[in-house]
Design a protein around this ligand. Sequence first.
Ligand code: AMP
Length: 179
Amino acid sequence: MDSKQIGIEEVKSSIRDVIDFPKEGIVFKDITTAIKDPAVFKYCVDQLYNYYKDKGITKVIGIESRGFILGSALAYRLNAGFVPIRKPGKLPADTIQQSYDLEYGTDTIEIHEDALSNDDTVLIHDDLLATGGTVCAATSLVEKIGVTKTYINFMVELDFLKGRERLDEKYEVYSLLRF
Ligand code: AMP
């Protein structure tokens, strides 16, 4: 048993900044240095569980691929199902797709068309909110299926990129940490 006392500042300082990854000018927030510590990993899952436990979540959606890590642990604790949103060509059955703009070009994500029902209460989880493009594409997929109750969660939010402004009016957004 790891009895180390963990708080939000310990989680924050356990995230590693990798300069110029995946390209020049980006400071990549590497969560692997946080989640490899069992006490930090447990603290993060427990904090998110406590925040969402009374919201009636029936499905947690994780966005490929770092969204699968806390997303699936959280689904287990919430007694909810887990649904992956993936890059094109990875999901084997019929999917619906959504494209979104990147700095240069576009990207696409997809979900199995039968993964959710319109009476689900959904929590979309990703490791990090930057500009908000990825999560907006995820909300479009969920809306196309007809889900009306959607929460959004991140482990890390980069305030200076103002991704939250694209979401706040329509969704309840909660981030464990903000830089
Ligand atoms: P965005 O669509 O701009 O909000 O970007 C969010 C997605 O890109 C998430 O899936 C993140 O994992 C990844 N991402 C973007 N910027 C960073 C960053 N600085 N550090 C780590 N991951 C990032």
